[in-house]
Design a binder for this molecule. Structure first.
Ligand SMILES: C[S@@+](CC[C@H](N)C(=O)[O-])C[C@H]1O[C@@H](n2cnc3c(N)ncnc32)[C@H](O)[C@@H]1O
Ligand code: SF4
Length: 262
């Protein structure tokens, strides 16, 4: 899977990517009109490129999903029609990042993505409502977890960044996520002793938080399996009845059609 703004996509490039084993593309869309999206991206004509790319992708059986950042440019009501006109059938929302402590620069505190807690809560509500009209990949339970986050309420689903998901930078340093202030190690020094699993819920990054919610059930099953192998029946039972297992399964079931495409 590759995330791209689509500016360099051509039919031959898409075929090359498919031949290299890519199964799907995620293409950024910043607004619900061609004019606002292209102006924000600084890429005149990119909407036509995206339309063409989506046609080619469909023809060769590759999938594409729109990636929309939850910014003040987005008109949530107009989004389904615009995304459909570009050839998308699904969308994943990027939770707004205003500050990151790693060397990853995909954040901004310049205003477009800065929200009050109330406006961000409302934005998550709009995304939940959108699910009635268009396929939104972020699980409903994850959106509700983010609503609890902005209201400073207890978080229910531990993040698995550093244990199941990572951020690998261009120097091949491995970080638990791109919010974290220091890398775990160089990729060349990585082994299981470096894994971190502390149930962190410090920040809202959809890549890790949505995926963790869906992975939690698999991790509980793996824990149960490891415990039963060691004859630790109490630990096995604890892993099986862990709070959050049912919700994790519900999130997987909700997104199963999307997950099964890969
Ligand atoms: C790794 S990034 C960018 C990938 C690619 N270079 C592009 O621009 O499409 C993945 C997604 O994060 C989004 N993004 C950019 N700035 C953001 C921010 N401040 N908060 C949340 N998401 C953001 C991008 O729009 C993109 O869809
Ligand atoms: S909750 Fe946020 S800061 Fe904590 S590990 Fe997950 S992505 Fe990183």
């Amino acid at each position: 899977m590759v995330v791209t703004n689509g500016g360099l996509l051509t039919p031959s490039k898409i075929h090359e990517l498919a031949d290299a084993g890519l199964s799907s593309l995620i293409i950024s869309v910043d607004a619900a009109t061609e004019e606002i999206h292209e102006k924000n991206r600084g890429l005149p004509g990119v909407c036509n490129k995206i339309k063409e790319a989506n046609k080619v992708l469909k023809d060769i059986g590759m999938y594409s999903t729109a990636s929309v950042t939850m910014s003040h440019l987005v008109d949530y009501n107009a989004l389904p029609d615009f995304l459909t006109s570009l050839g998308f059938e699904s969308v994943v929302f990027s939770y707004p990042l205003t500050k990151l402590d790693s060397n990853f620069l995909g954040f901004s505190d310049a205003g477009l993505v800065t929200h009050t807690n109330e406006s961000l809560w409302q934005a998550y509500e709009k995304v939940k409502q959108l699910k009635k009209k268009f396929h939104v990949v972020n699980p409903t339970l994850s959106l509700e977890e983010m609503q609890r986050f902005v209201q400073d309420e207890e978080q229910r689903y531990p993040c698995l960044a550093g244990y199941r998901f990572f951020f690998l930078d261009w120097d091949l340093n491995l970080w638990r996520c791109h919010f974290w202030h220091e890398p775990m190690c160089s990729i060349y020094e990585f082994d299981s002793s470096k894994l971190v699993r502390d149930g962190c819920t410090k920040f809202m990054i959809n890549c890790y938080r949505d995926s963790s919610l869906m992975q939690n059930i698999a991790v509980s099953m793996q824990d149960a399996y490891q415990s039963i192998k060691k004859g630790k029946l109490l630990d096995t039972a604890k892993a099986l009845i862990r709070k959050g297992n049912v919700d994790s399964l519900r999130a997987v079931m909700e997104e199963l059609p999307w997950i099964m495409r890969f």
